[in-house]
Ligand binder design. Structure first.
Ligand code: GUN
Length: 288
């Protein structure tokens, strides 16, 4: 058996097109241009690439982009002052502070200072709590993208066995909450889970977010399962070049799974598409 490859690039493009059309309509009808502020502190190369892509796709969708690049030695007080300034700026509907932050800055305090109504990452405890109790909220982008990809295979997740491998606040926990909301039966597994392989093999939907290159082997996957690989790991490749791999051994998984997201081109493109969708949503809520 060869798994179907789930095309994250194509779904992300269709979401971006929809956001662009709705943003154009918001501008026409109300004169509002949704605005996203991206804050980057320091010179982490992966973060620089990520923020550059965000800025490009934001403007391509017809949204306003406000970029703030601060030096690595920025103080916590200065960053908090910028966040407060963005909270008060009516042109800014979404605020994204790129993580990780330098060691002198407490990321929890920064996230707690972002106005929850502008928290397009969905990291503020108010949005995390709203997601848990099923109230309308801004939902973290990578989890949202992961579940949308699973739904391209199973439009109705009711009663399916879902296993989430990874329990981070940014991915594992919110993915589990979204799957519960979709009426799946959800298990959250992690590094301390006993017989991880057997737990994963129960899954109709296996979402993997552990940050360990190719950890999940073919033998961990139930035949025909849907595998959503959230990992993006750079590993040494041929001829001294590096290559990107997921948290799942793609070659092995292809032989067993029913459907799988590739790396790159799976969950990755969905994150920014969902960020744009969250920014549009925040702008629409802010303007009634
Ligand atoms: N760093 C890696 N991924 C993300 C993300 O989705 N949001 C933010 N703010 N920082 C990140």
């Amino acid at each position: 058996m060869t798994a179907r490859i789930i095309d994250g690039k194509a779904l992300a493009e269709s979401i971006r097109n929809k956001v662009a059309a709705e943003a154009a309509e918001l501008k026409r009808s109300h004169g509002i241009v949704p605005g996203l502020a991206a804050v980057l502190v320091g010179e982490n190369p992966a973060s620089q690439v990520y923020v550059r892509n965000k800025v490009k796709q934001t403007t391509e969708a017809g949204l306003a982009s406000f970029e703030h690049v601060l030096p690595a030695e920025t103080t916590q007080d200065d960053l908090l002052a910028l966040v407060r300034q963005l909270n008060a700026d009516p042109k800014v509907h979404g605020i994204l502070v790129q993580l990780p932050l330098p060691p002198q800055i407490d990321p929890d305090l920064v996230i707690a200072t972002i106005d929850p109504a502008k928290d397009v990452d969905g990291f503020h405890v108010e949005n995390a709590g709203r997601l848990v109790v099923g109230q309308e909220s801004l939902v973290p982008c990578t989890p949202q993208g992961s579940v949308l990809l699973a739904k391209t295979v199973h439009p109705d997740l009711t009663g399916l066995e879902a296993v989430v491998l990874g329990r981070s606040n940014i991915v594992g926990k919110p993915v589990a909450q979204l799957l519960i909301a979709e009426s799946a039966t959800v298990t959250v597994a992690h590094s301390r889970t006993r017989d991880l392989e057997a737990v994963c093999r129960r899954a109709d939907i296996l979402v993997v977010a552990v940050g360990r290159p190719e950890m999940v082997k073919g033998s961990w996957i139930k035949p025909g399962a849907t595998v959503i690989d959230v990992g993006i790991n750079r590993v040494p490749g041929e001829n001294g070049k590096s290559r990107l791999v997921g948290d799942v051994d793609f070659k092995e998984a292809m032989e067993v799974a029913g459907a799988i997201t590739p790396v790159p081109g799976g969950v990755g493109p969905m994150t920014i598409a969902c960020l744009l969708a969250n920014t549009l949503k925040a702008a629409m809520v802010a303007n009634g």
